[in-house]
Write a protein that binds this ligand. Structure first.
Ligand SMILES: *[C@@H]1O[C@H](CO)[C@@H](O)[C@H](O)[C@H]1NC(C)=O
Length: 130
């Protein structure tokens, strides 16, 4: 009994990784849409040429905006194309793991006319940029 307890304690001390690292390794799946950036929730004014991402409001609020400026790699799962953008805003109409992208990012993945793309994505380490 005591040995089991010690083993469990040892395992919990050894296992945890920083949450940023865990988040970096998590791949999310959702839908990508596009919008014209302006003043975002992160407090920056961007335009359609900037590599801007709005994460869902739900996701943004869970992290208290802590992902602002963090880069994300996005893949269009239909054609394998990838692009990078950084978090600048939140998207009230998005599902939990959907991303709203500026035209400059969306265009790297597919046609703006398509409107919606199937994507998978993951955070890069904080402070990293492409
Ligand atoms: C968009 O903003 C960038 C600075 O972030 C600026 O260099 C660029 O000229 C702007 N583009 C347009 C189309 O306004």
């Amino acid at each position: 009994m005591l040995l089991t307890l010690l083993f469990l304690l040892g395992a919990t001390v050894a296992a945890p990784l920083p949450s940023v690292e865990l988040d970096k390794r998590t791949t999310h799946s959702g839908r990508a849409t596009w919008f014209t950036p302006g003043l975002g929730n992160c407090g920056y004014t961007d335009n359609e040429s900037d590599p801007v991402i709005a994460v869902s409001k739900s996701f943004y609020d869970q992290n208290g905006g802590g992902n602002c400026n963090q880069w994300i790699q996005i893949k269009n799962t239909a054609n394998g194309k990838t692009a990078y953008g950084h978090v600048r805003d939140s998207c009230p109409g998005c599902g939990e793991y959907d991303l709203d992208l500026s035209p400059s990012v969306f265009k790297q993945l597919g046609s703006l006319d398509t409107g919606v793309l199937p994507i998978s994505w993951h955070f890069e380490a904080k402070g990293w940029s492409p």
